[in-house]
Ligand binder design. Structure first.
Ligand SMILES: C[S@@+](CC[C@H](N)C(=O)[O-])C[C@H]1O[C@@H](n2cnc3c(N)ncnc32)[C@H](O)[C@@H]1O
Length: 306
């Protein structure tokens, strides 16, 4: 499957390294945690501020006994303000940190467990892909509060984003809710600075992701010295993306072959406008109950139900 993805153009464009390969790498998870702490990475700070400010209002929608499913919590820094509001309101919940990265779950729970030890918040990890979570959700009979912070969902091309939403909708019950965080920042300079293409750490993260594919394919097809890393900001849709360009011909034992200038895309971050996001919910038949955003910023939170 991965071999095919690296060999074949995606949507008539270029081959694409799936994000799951990057997030499967312990080194990438560690590097991302450091990168997301940089002051220019507005995605972290603005969404935390949003959840601090509006957390009580959001938490009031959560039914006692709910199961909170945090899709890709990263290091769980973002969800903490919301958990604080839930704790203040005394709502009993079970929180699941659902992530493909075991080190991120472990690190996150190490942060959260002492903090919520004597509260009504139970904390658990769910190690697997989002597809695994989709298969698990129908077995949960309690009301569910599914969280996708930091554009974990909808960070996909239009039709794929709709298909993804449709899948989550199909596992929701009438009393379930989904909190969807979206980055709708439109300031190109601010976006560029947040991905900091000149920053060696992000380059290191992406290259570590490609090295991880060597392990999966059991072949050292990828070597840093053969590939140049480039960054771009596409306009339709507005999207930050990286790509590797072959510096010369690359031949491998697993049948991957590249000519000079061939390109493999990766690590895309799409910024849909609030109107586009509303259209996506409407087209999927999800009902937007409330929206919050950062004053003067581009981070939005949507609370949706069936
Ligand atoms: C960009 S980070 C976002 C973290 C956090 N939600 C935030 O906004 O700060 C993406 C997170 O989702 C996880 N992730 C990405 N794709 C995944 C997948 N297909 N299945 C499970 N976890 C995934 C990553 O391991 C990581 O923790």
């Amino acid at each position: 499957m991965l071999l095919e993805q690296l060999r074949t153009a995606r949507d008539g464009r270029f081959p694409f390294l799936p994000d799951t390969v990057i997030w499967n790498s312990d080194k990438c998870a560690e590097l991302w945690t450091q990168l997301a702490l940089r002051p220019e990475y507005y995605q972290t700070w603005e969404e935390i501020a949003l959840l601090e400010k509006n957390g009580t209002e959001i938490a009031k929608h959560i039914r006692p006994g709910s199961v909170l499913i945090d899709l890709g919590p990263g290091d769980t820094r973002k969800v903490t303000p919301l958990l604080n509001h839930i704790e203040k309101l005394g709502i009993p919940v079970t929180y699941y940190a659902a992530d493909i990265s075991r080190p991120l779950i472990e690190r996150g729970l190490r942060n959260l467990v002492p903090r919520y030890k004597n509260t009504k918040i139970k904390l658990l990890g769910l190690w697997g892909t989002f597809d695994d979570v989709l298969n698990w959700v129908p077995r949960v009979s309690s009301p569910k509060f599914i969280m996708s912070l930091g554009s974990s969902l909808l960070n996909n091309r239009w039709n794929d984003a709709l298909a993804e939403l449709q899948q989550w909708k199909s596992v929701m019950q009438p009393h379930d809710l989904m909190l969807v965080g979206i980055d709708s920042e439109m300031d190109h300079d601010k976006i560029r600075k947040s991905y900091h293409p000149e920053n060696d750490s992000l380059a290191e993260l992406i290259r570590a992701g490609f090295s991880c594919s060597n392990r999966i394919l059991e072949c050292d097809w990828y070597r840093d010295e053969n590939w140049e890393l480039t960054w771009r900001l596409d306009k339709e849709p507005l999207m930050s993306g990286f790509a590797l360009i072959a510096k010369h011909e690359v031949c491998t034992q697993v049948g991957l072959q590249f000519a000079t200038g061939d390109r493999i895309e990766c690590y895309e971050s799409i910024k849909y406008t609030p109107n586009e996001v509303r259209e996506q919910f409407q087209l999927t038949g999800l009902n937007v109950k409330s929206t919050w955003n950062t004053p003067g910023g581009g981070m939005y939170e949507y609370l949706v139900s069936l």
